[in-house]
Design a protein around this ligand. Structure first.
Ligand code: HEM
Length: 408
């Protein structure tokens, strides 16, 4: 049977679906509407790590030797009405690069996201968090008024997006990740124009932000970064920096509010927070599948052969619930990883393309959920748990809204 990742039933409960699919086989066949050829979904923890950590898989279909392999993302983007001259801005990111190009692009920005640099940002993340919480009414949708504004503010400050433009980025991001046919071209055009304009302004008046650093690298040595790559990097960082973290905060808060025993453990010992965030990333992380990879040669996965040129997607949700790796995986246990520094789950991916912003996202999750619990000891859902609405997107896990009462 071919799996359809856009199937509403699967999107409503991917956990049950993948518990079944994982036992059906190490790789299962899937299809994307409008994309020719199968995509193999990789279901088990060890195989997911192999796909993400092994150079026999590449992210760019052009790097499969001796074969003209169609690029699946290119087809998906085309099908959604993005003109070719704009497609490059979403198709040429660090995530689509392999080998030396990948190393070059990642090195240009990686210093801003090291554990040390991120920990220096902590006081600022705390300040933004407290200010946002100060302004909330008693009954509020935490997704709209807290979970999104926090990471948008943090990543925009870091990259150098002016304050008045941040609400636009929220709307553009929403339109782009929705993948709605016809609704993506215009926001993308405006986003690119806004970055190009900002680059000109920062070139005149450089600051201490990441964009000013990219401009310096570009102007000193054009081989290090092309014009398009600079725009794409800004776009990637701002979108990846908030569209995911918002849902770690949303999903994580909802998980705790619906598991009072785990909430009590965390309230009794706030020092557990880093360990709890690892578990929340495993149990309800917002990204359920990676970018597609292509086999650069025949590779055996769990006894099955993926042929050269075939596409695979690592199903992180399936790996994170694999009983071969996690005892009683369906159970949320905020004490599961007693050593908080060790990350066993694969919610941030693994290997060469491991999430660049993982330390920042974890920190924002810790600060945001920690502050909510500390400031609102009676925090509760404003609707019954089964009424929480999800936003259905393939390979993602998100709440559309999180209505809560801060002081019931
Ligand atoms: C909870 C929040 C986040 C989650 C769940 C998440 C998840 C992921 C995953 C699964 C990947 C690997 C994708 C693949 O291998 O195909 C990835 C890569 C990436 N993430 Fe995140 N991410 C989060 C937050 C962030 C933040 C805050 C940033 C801001 C800088 C960021 C920037 C990136 C970048 C640039 C890559 C590509 C790295 C590369 O290709 O070398 N992410 N993320």
């Amino acid at each position: 049977m071919t799996v359809n990742l856009f199937d509403p039933e699967l999107m409503a409960d991917p956990f049950t679906a993948f518990n079944r699919l994982r036992e059906q086989g190490p790789v299962v066949e899937a299809a994307f509407p409008g994309v020719p050829g199968p995509i193999w979904l990789v279901t088990r923890y060890d195989d997911v790590k192999t796909v993400l950590g092994d150079r026999r898989f590449v992210n760019n279909s052009a790097h499969v030797p001796g074969m003209d392999v169609g690029n699946i993302r290119e087809k998906l983007i085309e099908a959604r009405g993005i003109p070719a001259d704009y497609a490059q801005y979403v198709l040429d990111s660090v995530l689509d690069a392999d080998g030396d190009d990948h190393i070059r692009l990642r090195r240009l920005v990686s210093r801003a996201f090291t554990v040390r640099r991120v920990s220096e940002l902590r006081p600022r993340v705390e300040e933004i968090t407290e200010r946002l919480l100060d302004g909330l009414p008693d009954e509020v949708d935490l997704i709209e008024h807290f979970a999104y504004p926090l990471p948008i503010t943090v990543i925009c400050e870091l990259v150098g997006i002016p304050e008045e433009e941040r609400p636009l980025w929220r709307d553009w991001g929403r339109a782009l990740v929705s993948m709605t046919p016809g609704a993506m071209a215009e926001p993308l055009r405006r986003m690119v124009a806004s970055i190009q304009d900002l680059i000109e302004r920062r070139r005149e008046e450089p600051g201490g932000d990441l964009l000013s650093g990219l401009i310096r690298a570009h102007d000193e040595d054009g081989d290090r970064l092309t014009d398009t790559e600079m725009v794409t990097m800004v776009l990637t960082l701002v979108l990846a920096g908030h569209e995911t973290t918002a849902h770690l905060i949303g999903n994580g808060t909802a998980a705790l509010l619906t598991h009072p025993d785990q909430l009590d453990l965390l309230r009794a010992d706030p020092g557990l927070m880093p360990v709890a965030v690892h578990e929340l990333m495993r149990w309800c992380g917002p990204v359920h599948g990676t970018r597609v990879r292509y086999a650069a040669e025949d590779v055996e996965l769990g006894g099955q052969t993926v042929r050269r040129g075939e596409a695979v997607m690592a199903m992180l949700v399936s790996a994170n619930y694999d009983p071969r790796r996690f005892d009683d995986p369906d159970r949320l246990d905020v004490t599961r990883e007693s050593d908080g520094r060790r990350e066993v789950h694969v919610g941030f991916g693994y290997g060469l393309h491991y999430c660049l912003g993982a330390a920042l996202a974890r920190q924002e999750g810790e600060v945001a959920i920690g502050a909510l619990l500390r400031r609102f000891p009676r925090l509760a859902l404003a609707v019954p748990a089964e009424k929480l609405e999800r936003e259905f997107m393939p390979a993602s896990w998100r709440l559309a809204r999180l209505p809560v009462l801060l002081n019931p």
